[in-house]
Design a protein around this ligand. Structure first.
Ligand code: HEM
Length: 405
């Protein structure tokens, strides 16, 4: 069986007529030493690392939002998700110039002659299409999403999630297939002369002199530093003054705290300001509490960040009733998986699940105040959930019901 597959993959494909070998296909068409294997491998290491970091932090975000039975997110450290999703977006943004440099370094390979000498070579080239396609799609959809522009005809999160698997799978195939070449290229010291063979469109070897190499490294480094510095302030607030390209800055928005969905967009202004509003806690001892009832209960203050799936995050101080106290009062035993529902009538994030340890964590509040003032409508008046180490989309606003899942 294996020899048959080997024979098939090794089968030579007919070479196209030599007369077609012109333009970028002609020998020596790409002489710049900056298209070398070594350069491609080095940038590839950085790009591969950025993609791996994105994939792992993205996967964590997925597990947090759609937890399988075995998965339990700890409530500490309170800044956990803030860091992982901040790193997710920062690594993704840093991958953009790296991908551009990588594609520029290797594009002469597109004009390799013959284009595919064997079946395995042809398969290798097709897999590169999947790799490049998934990589571009992942970065492009991610950037578009965090810019709050939603032109996609598909659900971003689901599309991004599955493309993430395809991208990381294609990276693994690429690295596996190219491992010997990558090892050789990285091990090779800069040779004085261009002797690395003439495989692709006469692409030169590593015989690069110092200047282009330094310029190349500098330009790539500057590109990555520039995009990172001008965006990372959305996560690292001390850098927000230089983050001119950050989609969101930590101290922007009503009460200096960014808002993703306004009360108007959620269409809750009427129900949220209705004097008949009641918070229901559906336990054996069902509670139906007015705002006054909630204000009359013991109030607790917590400094907890809002950490958005888009990578931005901001600190804030909340005051309100402990969820654990209300669960106790309603007779809901510890360990009961819970759902928190909002006054919203539609939308992906109108409900969120809350399990232990978050549900009974003393820092988890049904907040009535932000920075010592009653919540504004856009921040979730009359009541919003705030819990440590939890994505912003799961810090449900305009809470109307807490019930067993
Ligand atoms: C500029 C680059 C990127 C940006 C701006 C970005 C942005 C985002 C955002 C906003 C989310 C949260 C989605 C949500 O919960 O609704 C997310 C999740 C995710 N990202 Fe990225 N991302 C980028 C690159 C990548 C890359 C390169 C990969 C993988 C190779 C990746 C894999 C994932 C995965 C697996 C998720 C989880 C989706 C889910 O919750 O189901 N991302 N990303």
């Amino acid at each position: 069986m294996t020899s048959r597959v080997d024979r098939l993959l090794g089968a030579r494909l007919p070479d196209p007529p030599e007369s077609l070998r012109r333009g970028p296909f002609r020998a020596g068409a790409f002489s710049s030493p900056l298209h070398s294997d070594r350069r491609a491998a080095r940038v590839g290491v950085w790009l591969g690392t950025a993609f791996l970091v994105c994939f792992l932090t993205g996967l964590l975000s997925h597990l947090i939002q759609q937890p399988p039975s075995w998965f339990r997110l700890p409530a500490s450290p309170v800044w956990g998700y803030r860091v992982t999703q901040g790193v997710h977006v920062a690594a993704g943004i840093a991958a953009v110039p790296l991908l551009l440099v990588k594609l520029w370094t290797v594009y002469p390979l597109l004009f390799e002659w013959p284009p595919a000498s064997t079946v395995s070579r042809a398969v290798g080239r097709l897999s590169l299409l999947v790799l490049v396609g998934a990589a571009v799609m992942q970065l492009a959809t991610g950037l578009i999403n965090i810019s709050q522009w939603y032109p996609f005809g598909f659900n971003f999160t689901r599309g991004h999630y599955w493309t993430g698997w395809i991208a990381i799978g294609a990276v693994a195939v690429h690295v596996g297939a190219k491992a010997p070449q990558i090892r050789r290229a990285l091990a090779r010291h800069r040779a004085p002369t261009a002797d690395a063979g003439d495989r692709a469109g006469g692409r030169a070897g590593d015989g690069d002199t110092g200047l282009p190499r330094r310029a190349f490294v500098l330009a790539t480094g500057l590109g990555v530093t520039a995009v990172t510095l001008t965006t990372v302030g959305q996560t690292l607030s001390p850098l927000s003054s230089v983050s001119l390209l950050a989609p969101r800055l930590p101290r922007s928005g009503p009460e200096d705290l960014p808002v993703n969905q306004t009360a108007a967009a959620a269409d809750v202004e009427r129900s949220a300001t209705d004097p008949a509003y009641r918070l229901v806690v559906a336990g054996p001892n069902r509670l139906e509490l007015s705002l006054a009832d909630l204000r009359a209960r013991p109030q607790h203050r917590q400094s907890l960040p809002i950490a958005c799936v888009e990578g931005w995050s901001a600190d804030a101080t909340w005051t309100g009733v402990r969820l654990a106290d209300l669960l106790e009062e309603a007779g809901l035993p510890a360990g009961t998986p819970l759902v928190v529902e909002s006054l919203q009538t539609g939308g992906l994030y109108r409900t969120s699940r809350i399990d232990e340890p978050h549900a009974r964590d003393p820092r988890t509040l049904l907040a009535l105040q932000l920075e010592g003032r009653p919540l504004s409508l856009d921040h979730g008046f009359p009541v919003r959930l705030i819990s440590p180490n939890r994505p912003g989309v799961m810090q449900t606003k305009w809470v109307s019901l807490v019930r067993p899942a």
